[in-house]
Write a protein that binds this ligand. Sequence first.
Ligand SMILES: [Fe+2]
Ligand SMILES: [Fe+2]
Length: 273
Amino acid sequence: MKNGFVIRSLNEIQFWSRIMKEHSFFLGLGFRREDTQLIDEANHFYKIFEGIEQKSYSFGENADPATILQFNKEVHTAVTYIWLFKRKVLGLILTCKLPGATNFPLLVDHTSREAKYFRKRLEELNEGKLEPLQDAIIDENVFFLKIMADHAKFIGHLLDPSERKLVEQARDFSQDFDQLLFQAKDLDSMRPQSQTVPLLDQFLDQNRVSVKSLRDFKKTASELINECKIKSIIHPLLADHVFREAERFLEIIDAFEGALTGKRPPKLDIHEA
Ligand SMILES: [Fe+2]
Ligand SMILES: [Fe+2]
């Protein structure tokens, strides 16, 4: 595929480096005033990923693949370091070394999983070995359904407890996605016999319905937060961040659907053609 490697690499880096940059910002917000070293580290990662994001926009579709291969390696190293930082912070929280800090352990773990995912994508791109479509469908859905289930839980816990209706809606989403995740794991354990076109097609359709509805809920929450219409400790950028991740998942579902049924050309081909 002409320029496919360059286009895919830049697309992943543009999306995920912004996400990594924002994670650094959120982690920084959750530390205590005296955690100056951790705050400095978070700020350091913010600058690193801001630089990577800017650099990624300086390349065009016709960039030399060898240059992009090298760029992917640089980004890979930065992602490894932010992953290590997140795991270190998780360790500090779980051993009660940061009493009073406000980053939930699940949130820190969640952001480290997103870093690991990003790093794996870079490795696959550079090694030129993408997963077969049928495997990619199950693996990507298992990953993103857990991400969506976590988002619903974060929203539920960061809304003010007096926002009873919204908290309940968030809890419903959390349960819905936990169910979908279990279903995905069932399909996973029934591999390869479960990897038929009708079953995978139905799997994608069912997931799409729930992701769209969660995406819309996040969009609404984001607007309400921006207009100061609801009570919460959700940063407006966090609301937008989780909305964008749902949009990403939807794009991936649509790309899989297109590749599976041959109806549409895949926009995000993260599997073997
Ligand atoms: Fe994220
Ligand atoms: Fe996330």
